[in-house]
Design a protein. Structure first.
Length: 153
């Protein structure tokens, strides 16, 4: 969807967005956050609140609390779990992704996935940079599209 269409369909002051971002791997998550905020701004969203949590594992709990509050129309979840030398990567990645999805299913609030799971630091930086590959931007755009879709339904 084109951002101009989204801006028109959304209305600049109507939708309330929350961004939950992990502080762990901060150089990467800061790039994801910049991308998400830019995308929401490009679509005319002005009601955006950022919530920071320690790591990716904590993101679903914050998202669940926000969804239950009734104060948001969509939640963008951002984090980076970079593969290391242990099984920890697989456990955290799988757990976080499933829990984020469960928050959306349980609450009916769109919760989008911008938690990246790169195999190394180079991939992490490529997915959080200032170009079209920024996964924070993609997650924010998905949130906008979901708000519009939920309004139609």
């Amino acid at each position: 969807m084109a951002e101009s269409f989204l801006r028109e369909a959304l209305g600049a002051d109507t939708a309330r967005f929350a961004i939950v971002v992990s502080c762990f791997n901060e150089p990467v998550t800061a790039g994801l956050l910049d991308g998400a905020k830019a995308a929401l701004s490009d679509c005319g969203a002005s009601n955006i609140t950022v919530y920071r949590c320690p790591g990716a594992f904590e993101i679903p709990l914050v998202a669940k609390r926000l969804a239950a509050s009734g104060n948001v129309d969509a939640i963008v979840c951002l984090g980076a779990v970079v593969k290391g030398q242990t099984y920890h990567f697989e456990v955290i990645s799988d757990t976080v992704v499933r829990a984020i999805q469960q928050v959306a299913l349980d609450t009916g609030i769109p919760v989008t996935l911008g938690v990246i799971t790169p195999l190394d630091a180079a991939q992490a930086h490529a997915r959080s940079g200032r170009d079209h590959r920024n996964k924070g931007r993609e997650a924010a755009m998905a949130a906008v599209e979901m708000v519009i879709l939920m309004q139609k339904i």
